[in-house]
Write a protein that binds this ligand. Structure first.
Ligand code: NAP
Length: 462
């Protein structure tokens, strides 16, 4: 095929890919269309890869084939081996890979074409790409380590930390500006990259693991912007479009998560959340009342309305199918069943929606926080399935609580509450939960999946 024809084909596949990315993202904004959105985004990525194979700049396909094979094997192994509960750290690793790739492409371009012959705008985009790519790589690795528990989860803080960070940030930006203005000063370009790597570590270690999902979403945004900068350097439209979509959707998601926790981005990044909690929870105590499976089953069977409130424990126990089974058993007895979904229940946005959709819970049974909260006073039993922070009334009642102001599912306003959890474990924030000591609450200890399955069985026999 002639070169003009090849270029036309390339741009056409990039256009298709970009359209698929936009529709994919749109699909992801609603649980009902999320799966389709994901397929569209995957198809878009496949189109972008296939299109790139026609690029006139390709000298040999050997390295590309090697990269494809290695990348596909790593991706497939991660998909097979990484459990659903480890999805956040898996995503953090993917961000690290993406950002590292962007930084390497930037360094490669700099080695090949950097210097005075490169336009100032391209030099700036290249510097931006390497700087953001470097800090996102190490930041994401630390985030993955914190979530996996291999790096200390509580905030790592020391005296003068913010000053050190400011110095690092200033040094990195200084090197960036110098290397843009003095293109022969190569040392500053590489120093900028090294400072970026260090800054990524320093940026994330003072943040507690409870805030890692927000940090990851923010780093996702940086990785996207680094890719967009790569697109400018390489003159690649699909990278610019996909990177910008990624960058801004990550930013919007971070803001939405902060809103759901009633915190600001600056509080998440610099607040050291998770460091000092003991004073705030002092005074919370009393007696937790245990309930037997038989009694819980009877209470549920004779209820008019039951609201399930799932949390992270539902995910760890993989209890979504058992939950659906219990709900069906109750519905067969004429009980009205609803699900109350908190926007930050679990460990990633939409976590509960995905799990419940997997168990074929009808979307119409899922209620957002604002919709379900007014219904709790008329709810006979609120069943809390492995949720903790998102039902902590201290967020509403205790202005000294670190989670004060975070909107919660107000299960304590229900006529009775049954909490399913394994023991006395705390929520992700590390806070004690006064809900468990309230008169209205009964604790049903055990793995959520086993408890729900037993309850379903008992209900059928009542
Ligand atoms: P949570 O506060 O982390 O509590 C989970 C509870 O589940 C624990 O108390 C644990 O108690 C119980 N549990 C664990 N495994 C279990 C099992 N196999 N069976 C039964 N229970 C089990 O969860 P959450 O209420 O969903 O709150 C989410 C937290 O993540 C919030 O702090 C939120 O701010 C944070 N966060 C989430 C996002 C997001 O996007 N979703 C973003 C940012 C922050 P036991 O150990 O006693 O069983």
């Amino acid at each position: 095929m002639e070169q003009a024809g090849v270029n036309y084909l390339l741009e056409f596949t990039y256009l298709i890919a970009s359209i698929l990315f936009v529709f994919g993202l749109k699909g992801l904004s609603h649980p009902e269309t999320a799966r389709r959105g994901m397929f569209m985004a995957e198809a878009g990525m496949a189109a972008a890869i296939i299109g790139t194979l026609f690029h006139h700049g390709i000298i040999t396909y050997t390295w590309i084939a090697a990269g494809l094979v290695i990348g596909s094997v790593i991706g497939a192994l991660m998909a097979i081996w990484v459990p659903m509960t480890a999805m956040p750290q898996r995503t953090a690793l993917s961000h690290a890979f993406g950002a590292f790739a962007a930084a390497l492409v930037g360094v490669g371009e700099y080695i090949l074409h950097g210097g005075p012959q490169m336009a100032v705008s391209t030099r700036s985009a290249l510097g931006f790409e390497v700087m953001l790519g470097a800090l996102t790589t190490t930041g994401s690795l630390i985030a993955a380590g914190k979530l996996q528990g291999v790096v200390r989860g509580t905030p790592v803080q020391f005296k003068g930390q913010q000053f050190v960070n400011l110095l690092l940030f200033g040094g990195m930006i200084g090197c960036f500006l110098y290397s843009v203005n003095y293109p022969t000063a190569q040392l500053y370009f590489y120093l900028m990259g090294a400072l970026g790597l260090l800054f990524g570590v320093m940026l994330v270690i003072p943040i507690g693991s409870a805030d890692m999902p927000v940090v990851m979403s923010l780093l996702n945004s940086y990785a996207g912007l680094a890719s967009a900068a790569t697109g400018f350097v390489l003159g690649n439209n699909v990278l610019i479009i996909a990177g910008t979509l990624d960058g801004f959707s990550g930013l919007i998601l971070s803001i939405l998560m902060c809103k759901a926790m009633n915190r600001s981005i600056t509080n998440v990044l610099f607040g050291g959340f998770g460091a000092v909690h003991h004073a705030a929870t002092e005074g919370v105590g009393g007696e937790m009342r245990e309930i037997s499976l038989d009694d819980a089953a009877v209470r549920l069977a004779y209820a008019n309305k039951v609201v399930f409130v799932p949390g992270y424990g539902l995910a760890t126990a993989q209890a979504q199918h058992a939950c659906r089974e219990l709900a069906s058993a109750l519905e067969e007895r004429g009980v009205t069943v609803k699900y109350g979904i908190h926007p930050v229940a679990g460990r990633m946005p939409g976590h509960m929606n995905v799990l419940l959709a997997e168990a074929n819970v009808p979307y119409s049974d899922l209620y957002e926080m604002d919709q379900i909260n007014p219904e709790f006073p008329t709810t006979d039993v609120a069943v809390v399935v492995g949720a903790n922070d998102v039902v902590n009334p201290d967020a509403r009642d205790n202005p000294n609580s670190p989670i004060a102001g975070m909107p919660i599912l107000e299960v304590d306003r229900a006529k009775s509450v049954i909490v399913l959890k394994r023991g006395q474990g705390r929520g992700f924030s590390g806070l004690e939960n006064p809900l468990f000591f309230k008169q209205v609450t009964s604790m049903l200890y055990g793995d959520a999946k086993a408890s729900l399955a037993h309850l379903a069985q008992e209900i059928k026999n009542v």
